[in-house]
Design a protein around this ligand. Structure first.
Ligand code: NG6
Ligand code: CA
Length: 515
C-alpha cells in the first residue's frame, strides 16, 4: 500500500523557505509577574456548527458554552489548513505548512516533521520560564526519518522541540500504533513483546479488517481495513505491544487526567499546556457514560464527551484558584466531516444537526467549512467577554503570544506569524489584513476584507468517499463572503481587478514576502 500521504501532495510545487524569516515584535504587553498560564486546547474535526454557542440546537455543549460566555467568541477565525497535520504544524511553528514538503496527513510511524532546529511556540514559552506540556493527539510524527521505532526511547520527540512533558497519541486514533507515548516511551510496553508497525505491508499475524471482516465491531466505509485493534480496523498494520494498547472508550478519561495532573503539578508557576483531543475524529468511540446520550449517534456522543473534557479542565482551574490568570484557547484543527471512513451512522442520525452550519465544504476543503473554526479565548483577568468578529488566523497565535510576553523572536522564527495580540485580547475588532488557507491538495485561498480568492487547481473537485467538495476548480474562484457566505456564486468574471489583486498578493506571500 502506498503511503496515505501521497495523494495529498499533488499541489503545484511551492517555494520552500530554507529557514525562517523575521517577525517584528512590539513593546511588552504584560509585566513579568503577570505571566498568565496558557492552555491551548485543540479539538479534532470539530465543526463551527457542532457547538450550541455557535448555534447548534440538536446537541448541547454547556461547558464549552460557558467558556464562550466567560470569554471571547470568534466568528471569523481560521486554521491554516483543512486537515490535521498541516494545521497543527502552522500553529506550533508560525510558518505556513505548505512551505515545507512533508506536512501532509502523517502516518502513525512518521518522523518528527518539525525540525528540531526550529524554534517552536513551546520553545518560546520555555525560554520565558514556563513549564511546557503536550497531552493528547500529536500527529506531527516522532523519531528520526525512516520510520519510528516504538521500542525503547523515541528520539527526537516533542521534548526536543520545546515540551518538558509529553503524553501523546502519536498520530490519529484510526492509525496504528494504538498506544500512548509518554516522554519518549510507549506506556505499558512489555520489552518481551516489541511493537512492529508498517504502512506498506502486513506485519505479524494479527487479523485485519480486509481478511477478517467478521471480527470487526465497527465496519469501515472506506479504507480502515488493516490491523484490527479492539474490534476496530485501523489504517496501517501493527503487531506486538499488546499490554500497551489503549482502550478507545477510555481515551478521553486518560488524556483528561494527564492534562489535569500537569496543570495541578504546575499550579504555582506559569505553564503552557497544549492539549489535543481525539474527539471528534473517527473512530468515534464514546465512553459508556456518553454512549447513546446525544441522540445523534456516536458523532454526537463524542461531542458530549469533548464538552465534558473542557468542563473538567475548567473545574480543575477553578478548584486550584488559577482560572483568572489562565489564558484558555479552544478551537478545532480543521472543519467537520460526516462519513470519514467508518459506518457509524453519522449521516443517518444527523437529525437536522448542521456541523458546517450553512458554510460550503468541510474537512479537506478549500471552502469555508474546511478552515473556519470555532475559536474561544477566555482570560478573566484581561479579556472582556463578548463576540469577536475580527479576521484571525491560527498562524498568528505564535507571534501574538510572543508579544504578550514581550518575547523577542530570534531571526527566522515563526516567519508567517503576525502579531495580532490586540485581536486576541479583544481590543482590536478588525483583525489581520488577510488570511491564507490550504486544502488537502495544497490548493491555496486567501481572504481579504469581504473577498475570498481560491487559486485554480486541477486536483479533483470532490473526494469520492466523503462526497466532500474540495474546492478545486481549474478556473479561478472569487466569492464575496459578506454577500454570499455560502460561496454559491463565483463572481471572478465580474471582478477581474479583485482577482488580479488577490492573486498577486497570494503570489507575494508564496514567495515569502509577508507583512
Ligand atoms: C484520511 C482518512 C480519514 C482521516 C484523515 C486524517 C481514510 C479513508 N480516510 O486519509 O479517516 O484519518 O485521513 O484526518 O483513510 S486528520 O483530521 O487527522 O487530518
Ligand atoms: Ca482533524
Amino acid at each position: 500500500m502506498k503511503l496515505l500521504t501521497s495523494y495529498l501532495l499533488s499541489g503545484a510545487a511551492l517555494p520552500l523557505l530554507a529557514g525562517c524569516a523575521h517577525s517584528s515584535q512590539k513593546e511588552k504587553a504584560v509585566t513579568p509577574n503577570e505571566k498568565p498560564n496558557v492552555i491551548y486546547l485543540i479539538a479534532d474535526d470539530l465543526g463551527i456548527g457542532d457547538l450550541s454557542c455557535y448555534g447548534a440546537t440538536r446537541v448541547s455543549t454547556p461547558h464549552i458554552d460557558s467558556l464562550a460566555a466567560q470569554g471571547m467568541q470568534f466568528t471569523n477565525a481560521y486554521t491554516t489548513s483543512s486537515t490535521s497535520t498541516p494545521s497543527r504544524f502552522g500553529l506550533l511553528t508560525g510558518m505556513y505548512p505548505w512551505r515545507q514538503e512533508n506536512t501532509g496527513i502523517a502516518p502513525g510511524n512518521s518522523e518528527l516533521i518539525i525540525d528540531t532546529a526550529c524554534v517552536t511556540l513551546a520553545d518560546m514559552f520555555k525560554a520565558e520560564g514556563y513549564a511546557t506540556g503536550v497531552v493528547g493527539k500529536w500527529h506531527l510524527g516522532l523519531g528520526p526519518k525512516g520510520g519510528t521505532d516504538f521500542n525503547g526511547q523515541i528520539r527526537p520527540n516533542t521534548q526536543d522541540i520545546g515540551f518538558d512533558y509529553e503524553f501523546v497519541i502519536p498520530a490519529t486514533v484510526d492509525r496504528v500504533p494504538c498506544v500512548f507515548v509518554e516522554n519518549g516511551r510507549v506506556v505499558g510496553l512489555d520489552a518481551n513483546d516489541p511493537i512492529t508497525v508498517s504502512y506498506e505491508h502486513k506485519v505479524g499475524d494479527w487479523p485485519t479488517g480486509e481478511e477478517n471482516p467478521e471480527l470487526v465491531k465497527m465496519k469501515p466505509s472506506q479504507g480502515h481495513n488493516n490491523t484490527i485493534i479492539n474490534g476496530i480496523p485501523r489504517i496501517g498494520w501493527m503487531t506486538g505491544g499488546k499490554s500497551a494498547l489503549w482502550v478507545d472508550e477510555d481515551i478521553a478519561d486518560v488524556i483528561t487526567n494527564k492534562a489535569k495532573a500537569f496543570i495541578t503539578s504546575h499550579k504555582d508557576e506559569p505553564f503552557f499546556l497544549y492539549m489535543g483531543t481525539q474527539d471528534v475524529h473517527v473512530p468515534r468511540v464514546p465512553h459508556p457514560r456518553f454512549a447513546g446520550k446525544s441522540g445523534l449517534g456516536p458523532r454526537g456522543d463524542v461531542i458530549l464527551q469533548l464538552d465534558w473534557t473542557v468542563g473538567e479542565i475548567m473545574h480543575t482551574l477553578d478548584s486550584l484558584g488559577i482560572a483568572d490568570n489562565t489564558l484558555f484557547v479552544f478551537c478545532s484543527d480543521n472543519g467537520p466531516v460526516i462519513d470519514d471512513g467508518y459506518q457509524d451512522q453519522a449521516l443517518e442520525l444527523l437529525n437536522g444537526h448542521k456541523p458546517m452550519l450553512d458554510y460550503r465544504g468541510g474537512k479537506y476543503s478549500a471552502y469555508e467549512a474546511g478552515t473556519r473554526t470555532p475559536f474561544l479565548v477566555r482570560w478573566p483577568a484581561r479579556v472582556k467577554p463578548g463576540k469577536q468578529e475580527a479576521l484571525f488566523s491560527m498562524v498568528d497565535v505564535y507571534a501574538s503570544l510572543a508579544n504578550l510576553l514581550g518575547h523577542e523572536l530570534p531571526q527566522g522564527t515563526a516567519p508567517d506569524s503576525r502579531n495580532q495580540l490586540e485581536t486576541l485580547l479583544g481590543t482590536d475588532t478588525i483583525g489581520c489584513n488577510y488570511v491564507v488557507q490550504q486544502n488537502v491538495n495544497n490548493t491555496l485561498s486567501i481572504i481579504q476584507g469581504d473577498w475570498k480568492y481560491i487559486e485554480p487547481s486541477d486536483a479533483p473537485a470532490i473526494e469520492f468517499w466523503t462526497k466532500m467538495e474540495l474546492g478545486n476548480n481549474p478556473d479561478v474562484q472569487l466569492y464575496n463572503l459578506q454577500a454570499d457566505p455560502a460561496e454559491k456564486q463565483n463572481v471572478a468574471a465580474e471582478h477581474p481587478d479583485k482577482v488580479k489583486a488577490l492573486a498577486g498578493l497570494l503570489d507575494k506571500i508564496k514567495s515569502g514576502k509577508t507583512e
